[in-house]
Design a protein around this ligand. Structure first.
Ligand code: NAI
Length: 324
């Protein structure tokens, strides 16, 4: 068992924070035997709301929680963290240009990267959820050069889970029967959900569904637009499912993938599949010993290649804007 694992959540006073903290504290992320020293970060304007969240966590008296620290100074809260989940970001306001959103979040991740560089460890694992997640992750690592690049990832697990549900519903099976779907690229509407290598109850998805028109059309757009559909229905962006996906992401990273299975994670590219090195691009990965490995050698057909290039181009644009 060893000592408590230091888990930090930024943007902890927000929506996803309120959904993810009970899951983390109940042991869904790191297991029922792992004690957790919790650090919660938010901005000064939300410090009072954060205090309220801390009071509620105290009142839950979770057996696994050894300590709760909270505050608005990244240098203090991120210090010596083992795992950091970055939920904190500037939300998109009505009428706001994408470019402005990018710029504002870029500044946040630049500041937090610099803090992480000073107070992080060689083993600190970082998951960026806050949007634009891939580019925020790239900026974070750029400003934290002391931390290995392998320790940074952005979340596309929600898109991955959404794809599993769409396939399962179409096939009339439970989601757990669906394996090895892939999200390529950006966590945005250009993402490419790819089922060419996936299975339903061990049989290829393509053959099982036998409906390429749906797989190449409505399936892809439904997954790409699922976030927008939830905002439209709930008047708030997805939080419960985002929290669940973040917990899935970290659990897989730390505990590993089962034999023969892979998940989707946006990571700093090593050039695999013709993607520019250093771009934060979502890939199929396996995990073992707290390390991810891009699944190699998958056959990419022309349809897929085109979609993978499109989302790559968007990420290059975002990177160039963010770093300029
Ligand atoms: P929210 O607006 O409810 O909460 C965000 C929290 O971050 C707020 O408490 C805010 O004060 C805090 N914050 C802002 N700037 C900060 C800073 N510099 N340091 C620390 N905290 C800061 O948003 P919600 O719904 O919890 O979503 C969080 C983020 O996750 C958003 O960027 C959202 O777009 C993104 N998201 C990403 C998904 C993905 O699949 N990658 C899915 C769903 C949401």
């Amino acid at each position: 068992e060893g000592g408590a694992v230091k888990v930090v959540v930024t943007g902890a006073a927000g929506q996803i924070g309120y959904s993810i903290l009970p899951m983390i504290c109940s042991g869904h992320m790191l297991g029922a035997n792992t004690h957790i020293d919790l650090g919660l970060l938010d901005i000064p304007q939300c410090e009072e709301a954060l205090r309220g969240v801390v009071m509620e966590l105290q009142d839950c008296s979770y057996p696994l929680i050894t300590q709760i620290r909270h505050g608005s100074d990244p240098r203090e809260i991120l210090r010596d963290a083992d795992i950091i989940i970055f939920l904190g970001g500037f939300p998109r306001k009505a009428g706001m240009e994408r470019k402005e959103l990018l710029q504002r979040n870029c500044n946040i991740f630049k500041e937090q990267g610099a803090a992480l560089n000073e107070v992080g460890k060689q083993t600190t694992l970082c998951l960026v959820v806050a949007n634009p997640a891939n580019t925020n992750c790239l900026i974070l690592s750029h400003f934290a050069p002391n931390i290995p690049r392998k320790n940074f990832s952005a979340m596309t697990r929600l898109d991955h889970n959404r794809s599993m549900h769409q396939i399962a519903a179409r096939a009339g099976v439970h989601s757990s029967a669906v394996k090895n779907v892939i999200i390529w690229g950006n966590h945005s509407s250009t993402q490419y959900p790819d089922v060419n290598h996936g299975t339903v109850n061990g049989h290829p998805i393509k053959q099982t569904l036998n409906d390429d028109a749906w797989l190449h059309g409505e399936f892809i757009t439904t997954v790409q637009r699922r976030g927008a559909a939830i905002i439209e229905a709930r008047k708030l962006s997805s939080a419960m499912s985002a929290a669940k996906a973040a917990v899935d992401h970290v659990r897989t990273w730390v505990q590993g993938t089962p034999e023969g299975e892979h998940v989707s994670m946006a990571v700093l590219s090593d050039g695999s599949y013709g993607i520019d090195e250093g771009l934060c691009y979502s890939y199929p990965v396996t995990c073992a010993n707290k390390e991810w490995h891009v699944v190699q050698g998958l056959h990419i057909d022309e349809f897929s290649r085109e979609k993978m290039e499109l989302t790559k181009r968007e990420l290059i644009e975002e990177r160039d804007e963010a770093l300029s």
